[in-house]
Design a protein around this ligand. Structure first.
Ligand code: GDP
Length: 459
């Protein structure tokens, strides 16, 4: 079906310990033969057994590019079911690109985003929900999201959906055959029976659809908003947490005028950190917008980090923030504890008795470890359970579920209205195909292309 040989960098293109270049297609072995040399210089990889690893060097003509490990995997026992070669090289961006360029120079074409997974799907290696789960694994921002996606990959969603589709098909088949052969198959009283089946099914579908919210939280991270007055140290904290100098840190109050977002991993948990403009009464129009955005972000937050400057006494703006966060999950950070204190933990605690307070210094990093441990702990003690739940983490799946719920609803309405049975089968069939879309059955080609184009290069 796909005969050309494709290649891409399969790992994230950033300085890392290791990068992988993946080559798939019928020329994968002949290409590697042209660019690989073993220590002795004589080993031909195309003559080596499948699923073996070889140490050596990648050469472009006489120029040695990198010391590598090469993994050989012959069709059909590979991810794409095609001949596949993976080159593990040292992680530098330049070196990795250079190896990819060499692979292309000797006959491969650059893979489209998601093309490896698309081939796996087209070659019958996985169904669509599994293919999409691969995408989610790549994008999973934390270990738990990863677990949910891996579960989906193993087919727990697919299994559930197949069961539901089976039940629908049974009902359709029964109605159709009863209508065809009324002499032998009686449909009397089937209305009630079908109603029971559909109500149970509806419950199951709604449960799956509801979990999408949790699924979103798993893949995007916990929405964490940093609040505080101007100059309290919000941007400094953001920079400490993300390990980058992205937020602008200055001594002039009111410099962070908009919200900044960054994904961070703390103890395997993904947080979507949002740094906001300082909250105070201000006449500056731009700053005012920032303050409004901060308030809005706070309302939508899963968690708030409220930064208080310990070298300043509390004022009205602080009291306003304290009242804003009263009903929210929050950690209060008494910052700048390296300076002379004008505000104690006790004073602060008396103003906000229900939230934990930690002493930190974004400057010296004092207390940052404690903060990270607290964040982890709060999450672990939180409400999200992973256990054996089947999670729908994908927006497209959610839409298909919603459509099938609507179709089943219509059948239930038809039963209530006492409409003839052949009315049921149309909507049952709709529900059946909506669920089929999750598995990639009867999917239009453009939909398939759209899904795979969302994949990263190299997958
Ligand atoms: P923001 O306006 O709340 O984002 O505050 P910034 O992060 O821009 O910090 C304002 C000023 O306070 C800058 O000069 C920072 O260097 C300083 N600052 C932030 N955190 C600390 C801290 O823990 N100790 C000390 N001494 N200075 C800090």
């Amino acid at each position: 079906m796909n005969t050309n040989t494709i290649a891409a960098i399969a790992t994230a293109v950033s300085p890392a310990g290791l990068s992988v270049i993946r080559i798939s297609g019928e020329d994968a072995f002949s290409i590697i033969d042209k660019i690989y040399r073993s220590k002795s210089g004589h080993k031909k990889l195309s003559e080596q057994p499948s699923h073996t690893i070889h140490y050596g060097y990648i050469y472009d003509g006489e120029e040695m590019i990198d010391e590598v490990l090469v993994l050989l995997m012959r069709a059909p026992k590979t991810f794409t079911t095609e001949d596949t070669v993976e080159i593990d090289c040292h992680g530098g961006v330049l070196v990795t690109r250079k190896i990819l360029d060499t692979v292309v120079k000797y006959g491969a074409s650059l893979a489209q985003p998601g093309e490896f997974t698309k081939r796996a799907f087209l070659n019958g290696r996985m169904d669509l929900s599994e293919a999409e789960a691969v995408l989610d694994v790549i994008h999973a921002k934390n270990e738990f999201a990863l677990q949910a996606s891996v579960k989906q990959l193993k087919g727990s969603v697919a299994k559930k959906i197949r069961e539901l589709r089976n039940d629908i098909l049974d009902s359709i088949a029964f109605i159709e055959s009863a209508l065809d052969d009324p002499e032998h198959i009686s449909i009397d009283g089937y209305d009630e029976q079908l109603k029971g089946i559909l109500i149970a099914m509806q419950k199951e579908l709604k449960r799956l659809a509801m979990q999408y919210q949790n699924g979103r939280m798993l893949s995007e991270g916990i929405k964490t908003v940093i609040l505080g007055k101007p100059n309290a140290g919000k941007s400094s904290l953001m920079n400490r947490l993300t390990g980058q100098e992205r937020a602008i840190v200055t001594e002039i109050a009111g410099t962070t005028r908009d919200t900044l977002e960054e994904q961070v991993q703390i103890g395997g948990i993904g947080f979507q950190m949002i740094d906001t403009a300082g909250i105070r009464n201000t006449a500056d129009v731009v700053e005012k917008i920032g303050v409004e955005r901060a308030k809005q972000a706070a309302e939508e937050a899963d968690l708030i980090l409220y930064v208080v400057d310990a070298s300043q006494p509390l004022d009205e703006s602080d009291l306003e923030i304290i009242s804003m966060i009263e009903q929210k999950k929050a950690i209060i950070l008494l910052n700048k504890t390296d300076l002379e204190a004008k505000l104690t933990v006790e004073e602060l605690q008396s103003q906000c008795p229900s939230h934990p307070i930690l002493m930190i210094s974004a400057k010296t990093e004092e207390g940052m470890e404690k903060l990270e441990a607290t964040l982890q702990q709060m999450f672990i003690e939180g409400k999200i359970s992973f256990n054996d739940e089947v999670y729908i983490t994908n927006a497209r799946h959610k839409e298909c579920l919603d459509n099938s719920i609507k179709s089943i609803e219509k059948v239930l309405e038809s039963i209530e209205a006492g409409l003839p049975e052949d009315f049921y089968t149309i909507d049952l069939m709709d529900a059946y195909s909506s669920l089929g879309l999750i598995l990639g059955e009867a999917v239009e080609e453009d939909l398939v292309n759209r899904i795979f184009s969302k994949f990263c290069m190299g997958k």
